[in-house]
Write a protein that binds this ligand. Structure first.
Ligand SMILES: NC(=O)c1ccc[n+]([C@@H]2O[C@H](COP(=O)([O-])OP(=O)(O)OC[C@H]3O[C@@H](n4cnc5c(N)ncnc54)[C@H](O)[C@@H]3O)[C@@H](O)[C@H]2O)c1
Ligand SMILES: O=P(O)(O)OC[C@H](O)CO
Length: 354
């Protein structure tokens, strides 16, 4: 047993001996990340109830300990059970973890809000920005659930669900305006393979997660067009520059973008064939139409919709985001990747700065 495992086992034993109950987490969403993160929480010692809308998925999880559609090879720990009943999932939950597609959060949470356990910390795993309102997920949570920012946390970072499900080592950030709540989330999901840090920069952490999906679409498009590593590195670096520019205009801290929620997640997503956003972009770059690409995409690629709300945010804050604008042009305005690339490269020359 490694030192940290031994420490954690000792903490759990001491908690049991002190008569403390294991923490309870409700995870809403039995997709790729909701399922993998439920396993992380259980591995960290939480009792976990997963809410899923599809009875056959819930049934499979409870009877086979597997989620065949998303993680056929991962056996879920005994501490995870599933239900289709939101009230049952939410009951007594110290942590209420939200992992549905960003654009569905508002409607879902409206139907769950009466069931939330008083005092629960709501944790968003989502990496999108709401269309129309341009609100970040934590803002939607505060508004719909009617809870203060001090009880809304965000968990983000370079966390491709399949790698986490295989218990490969990774780090993350648990961010909340209230440092103590961030530490509680950190402790609830800290395992020998999953190492969360804390932050109070919720704005920066959420923007890092949402905008990297847009940049991953751009990098995927470049890959699909057959472009090489110089092009990719340029998109990643200038993508981080425009993310940071937006973040600073919105009150985020610069160092967040150099950390796990910024650079870390950007690099993982832009370089991995496991990334749905990267793959979506690659298909577009290879010449598939938007409709063809949507048809072959079985999971949520948040950047496809959120590129529009990120651009909306950029305009509201008077920030230039040329890569995001290019992605919106290709994905939503029918611009050919070749024309869009030419336009991106022919922008006026300027000094390098964030
Ligand atoms: N998969 C990853 O590697 C990963 C890692 C970190 C963060 N995230 C983020 O987590 C969030 C969830 O992603 P995911 O990978 O689990 O997506 P997914 O597509 O794998 O799963 C989405 C889940 O939501 C359900 N769903 C779809 N529409 C719904 C609706 N209208 N109401 C209720 N449920 C609905 C689906 O049935 C599925 O269970 C996204 O914001 C994503 O950016 C994903
Ligand atoms: O598969 P993607 O593109 O949604 O990316 C997954 C995670 O956000 C990586 O951290």
């Amino acid at each position: 047993m490694r030192a940290s495992e031994a420490d954690q086992e000792r903490d759990r034993r001491e908690a049991r001996e002190a008569g403390e109950h294991p923490r309870k987490a409700a995870v809403f969403g039995t997709g790729s990340w909701g399922t993998a993160f439920a396993a992380v929480l259980a591995d960290a010692g939480c009792r976990v109830t997963l809410w899923g809308r599809r009875p056959e998925v819930v049934e499979a999880i409870n009877t086979t300990r597997r989620n065949p559609g998303y993680h056929p090879d991962m056996e879920l720990p005994a501490g995870v059970r599933a239900t289709t009943q939101a009230a049952e999932a939410a009951r007594d939950a110290d942590f209420t973890v939200l992992s549905v597609p960003s654009q569905t959060l508002r409607a879902n949470l409206e139907s769950w809000r009466e069931m939330l356990h008083p005092g629960t910390v709501l944790v968003s795993l989502m990496k999108g920005v709401e269309l129309g309102t341009a609100k970040r997920m934590s803002e939607v949570v505060e508004e719909v659930a009617g809870v203060p920012a001090e009880r809304v946390a965000v968990l983000t970072g370079p966390n491709l669900a399949w790698e986490i499900a295989a218990r490969q080592p990774a780090a993350a950030v648990a961010a909340c305006a209230d440092e103590e709540a961030a530490r509680a989330v950190q402790s609830a999901c800290h395992t020998p393979y999953f190492r969360p840090y804390t932050s109070t920069d919720v704005v920066g952490c959420e923007l890092g997660g949402a905008v990297k999906n847009v940049i991953a679409l751009a990098v995927g498009i470049a890959d699909g067009m057959g472009l090489g590593d110089n092009s990719k590195a340029s998109l990643i670096t200038r993508g981080l520059a425009e993310t940071t520019r937006l973040g600073l205009a919105m009150g985020a801290e610069a160092h967040t973008f150099a950390g796990l929620a910024g650079m870390g997640d950007l690099v993982a997503t832009c370089s991995s064939p496991l990334s749905r956003n990267h793959t979506f972009g690659t298909n577009l770059g290879r010449g598939m139409t938007l409709q063809e690409t949507i048809a072959v995409t079985k999971q949520t690629a948040e950047g496809v919709k959120s590129c529009q709300s990120v651009l909306d945010l950029a305009r509201r804050h008077g920030v230039e985001m040329p890569i995001t604008q290019t992605v919106v042009g290709i994905v939503h305005e029918g611009k050919s990747p070749h024309v869009a690339l030419k336009e991106l490269m022919s922008r006026s020359a300027k000094p390098e700065r964030a």
